[in-house]
Design a binder for this molecule. Structure first.
Ligand SMILES: CC(C)(COP(=O)(O)OP(=O)(O)OC[C@H]1O[C@@H](n2cnc3c(N)ncnc32)[C@H](O)[C@@H]1OP(=O)(O)O)[C@@H](O)C(=O)NCCC(=O)NCCS
Length: 249
């Protein structure tokens, strides 16, 4: 898996129609964790302190610290310099400072994806595959009726994997829009059956959306699924892994 995510010390220049995606473990060695934690703003430190479990606190600090470090690399500034704003659904943004930049973060059970592009919207999602969660009941609650029909038509042994493909592709699309669940999970559908390439099939709120959006899978660690959604077609995806320091700062 490391081969498809080459370790990269400095982010390349962002390009139009190119999605840069970084994969990282959030269980950082002590030196890297200290470094990441030191970048957090006062409100982020407060938020970290509110997590009940140390593991969650550490993962949040690692994720925010890595986000800041990657942004600083792209924007040639210091990681502690960013004051995020948030849209009404909680999506962190820097649109007041860098209107062309889009970024999005996802984390699940110790792994994180960070997506960056310019000039268009992008969303990422990583999920740990929990077979007990991948039920038809949950699908009926969160998927569009046409997606539920596809899932139901699959042999039982293929359903859990297909479920998480559908979930991550849908979630990446929702996250690109930034409106959370208020966007309406029925209003759009993604392709996710085995042997069918990932794609947006329909989106009621945007004419020709299926032609304008790209969805692709990301090769995340075994037991997880990952997806990227970007409003551009075609897109090129550059996969990278942040260079993590092992010694103390
Ligand atoms: C808010 C939401 C993005 C949470 O998603 P999630 O899967 O729980 O979490 P992820 O790890 O993928 O994403 C969280 C990160 O996305 C970013 N984020 C927060 N709100 C966001 C929003 N409205 N849109 C996009 N990104 C958002 C943040 O950076 C956040 O990380 P942080 O809290 O450490 O800063 C939203 O899509 C949601 O509520 N999802 C619920 C899950 C669901 O029902 N999905 C249905 C799929 S079919």
């Amino acid at each position: 898996m490391n081969d498809s995510w080459p370790e990269t010390a400095t982010p390349p220049a962002l390009e139009t129609n190119v999605g840069d995606v970084w994969l990282s473990s959030l269980d950082l060695p002590p030196g890297a964790f200290e470094e990441c934690s030191s970048y957090l703003s006062a409100d982020e430190k407060e938020r970290a302190a509110r997590f009940r479990f140390e593991e969650h606190r550490k993962h949040y600090a690692a994720s925010r610290g890595l986000l800041r470090k990657l942004l600083a690399g792209y924007l040639n500034t210091k990681p502690e310099n960013f004051a995020f704003s948030y849209n009404r659904y909680g999506k962190p943004l820097l649109d007041h400072l860098y209107p062309e930049l889009s970024f999005n973060v996802s984390h699940s059970y110790g792994w994180a994806l960070f997506g960056f592009t310019m000039g268009t919207e992008l969303g990422v999602d990583i999920e740990k595959e929990r077979p007990d969660f991948a039920t038809m009941e949950i699908a009926e609650r969160f998927f569009a009726p046409d997606e539920v029909d596809v899932l139901r038509s699959l042999p039982a042994d293929l359903r859990a994997s297909a479920f998480f493909h559908c979930w991550t592709r849908k979630e990446a699309f929702i996250k690109a829009h930034g409106m959370g669940l208020s966007m309406g999970l029925n209003k759009f559908a993604v392709a996710f059956a085995p042997d069918v390439p990932p794609a947006l099939l329909r989106f009621e709120l945007e004419p020709n959306a299926a032609k304008r959006w790209s969805i692709c899978d990301l090769e995340v660690p075994q037991g997880y699924k990952g997806a990227l959604a970007m409003k551009a077609a075609p897109i090129h995806v550059r996969r990278m892994r942040p260079a993590i320091r092992r010694e103390s700062p």
